[in-house]
Design a binder for this molecule. Structure first.
Ligand code: DHB
Length: 461
């Protein structure tokens, strides 16, 4: 190489390096946060040491500096391969801030188990900027998607693996987790994310943890009355709404995950009952006792008695025992019990103008909006559609999480059992691996039985 050629070669190299350094420095979505050392005192007496990176802006065009940031936490010793628990604290479809980890929920536990944790903030129903509401649906979901994109865009620069993101949320947050797990990379969301200045990266996740997801909102009212019609003062008044659910269930073409049998309005109640019975069964097997007034029927199952036992076998037992089989449940008696624990929501439970759901489908002036029935604008219909995971689970253009952990407490009446049952069933029908249960005696909350959750997390990694 002659000297002139070499000179020009090095000049070009220098220029490109300087330029790419400058671009990197000016790239607002490049992870370059300064970490701070922190400690978390855990319930078991251990102290977890971790580094906290806070206040990270995950879109270029930030509208709301209070909510559109994420926090990222790296426990001591975490590698590039560590899974990332992405926990949203969205509740009531409201805005949620990027918080610090909590020792008693899944975030603290994840750090203790060596996982990285991301807590993104997101806008919601109540977000106001310059007198305008900026967090109406689907903005909160878009914020969370943008946070996932940020993690993937910066995967090499941050600890943990963006290919192993596990989302987690409760209630409206459970719905967000379900949406993150079922709608990823779908073209419906693309133009919005691009306008927000989200990182150019994919937003699919590895697994989704959904506690009591308040979802499938456009069918939540009919599902509620279908289940609780006889617990209403006037069952006849809500019957037409309940009957709409029969049509809906037939339109879903769900199949029984074990038998492959088509689920229809004819056999669907038995199917829902089977999940409740499984819940009761698990409780009894763990030594729990269920009062007769709750409507469960047990078949006594006797351990084999030695044939030569003196006096012959004795078959006397009053209380359900570990070995008993739950044979049936009188659904009306059980639902009476659920409602005795917490009164039902008014009718309609979701599409009424004082609900958080009408709030989040409202407009920029802050007026709530109905989101079911005829006469919705095309724009509102699209927004409703984008907030329902059921629309995307069978759509090949959406990339689904392969692993799901879905829980809805057996005494939770915030939304009716068919909603989480259908979500879980549709995912199973589409070949996803779903760990679904209606945990016994649990009300409307999340991040409980962390031993069970983290057993499952380890099993999928
Ligand atoms: C939540 C609870 C509800 O009953 C509801 O309708 C919407 C959201 C929640 O706790 O997030």
């Amino acid at each position: 190489m002659n000297i002139e050629l070499m000179k020009s070669y090095f000049m070009t190299l220098l220029l490109t390096t300087t330029l790419s350094c400058a671009t990197a420095k000016n790239d607002p979505l490049r992870f370059q946060a300064q970490g701070e050392s922190k400690e978390l005192a855990m319930p078991d007496g251990q102290t977890v040491k971790y580094t906290a990176y806070t206040g990270i802006r995950y879109v270029k065009n930030v509208e709301d500096t209070t909510y559109q940031t994420l926090n990222f936490f790296v426990p001591e010793g975490a590698t590039q391969q560590a899974p990332i628990l992405l926990r949203t604290y969205v509740g009531g479809y409201m805005a949620a801030k990027a918080k610090m980890p909590t020792a008693t929920d899944a975030t603290g536990r994840a750090l203790q188990e060596g996982m990285c944790v991301c807590i993104p903030g997101s806008r919601g129903n109540n977000s106001v900027q310059g007198g305008r509401y900026t967090g109406k649906a689907p903005q909160g979901l878009l914020d969370l998607k943008a946070a996932v994109r940020y993690l993937r865009y910066n995967d090499k620069r941050m600890a943990g693996s963006a290919e192993r993101i596990i989302t987690d949320g409760t209630s409206a947050g459970g719905a967000m987790s379900a949406l993150l797990g079922s709608t990823a990379n779908h073209p419906d969301y693309e133009s919005y994310l691009s306008r927000m200045g989200a990182a150019k990266a994919r937003d699919n996740v590895y697994a989704s943890v959904c506690y009591c997801p308040i979802t499938d909102l456009d069918h939540a009212d009919m599902a509620y009355e279908w289940l609780y019609m006889h617990q209403r003062e006037d069952a006849e008044a809500v019957r037409p709404m309940a009957r709409q659910f029969d049509q809906y269930i037939n339109s879903l073409h769900l199949r029984h995950p074990k038998t492959g049998e088509q689920l229809t309005s004819e056999n669907y109640l038995e199917y829902v009952k089977s999940w409740l019975m499984a819940s009761a069964q698990r409780f009894v097997a763990e030594g729990g006792e269920i009062d007769d007034s709750l409507g469960f029927e047990f078949v006594m199952f006797f351990p084999p008695t030695p044939a030569a036992r003196p006096g012959g076998p004795r078959y006397i037992r009053a209380k359900p025992q570990k070995t008993d089989i739950v044979a049936d449940v009188d659904m009306e008696r059980y639902l009476d019990y659920v409602v005795s624990r917490q009164p039902l929501k008014v009718t309609p439970a979701f599409d009424n103008l004082s609900s958080p759901e009408c709030g989040v489908f409202g407009d920029a002036e802050g007026n709530p909006a109905h989101f079911t029935g005829s006469g919705l604008s095309a724009e509102l219909q699209k927004r409703v559609r984008m907030m329902n995971p059921m629309n995307y689970i069978a759509d090949p253009k959406a990339q689904k999480a392969q692993y799901w952990y879905i829980r809805h407490g057996a005494i939770d009446r915030d939304i009716s059992f068919p909603i989480p049952v259908n979500l879980a069933t549709k995912l199973m029908n589409e070949g996803r691996q779903v760990d679904f249960a209606l945990p016994w005696n649990r009300a409307h909350r999340g991040d409980y039985n962390l031993d069970d959750l983290f057993r499952w997390i380890h099993s999928i990694l």
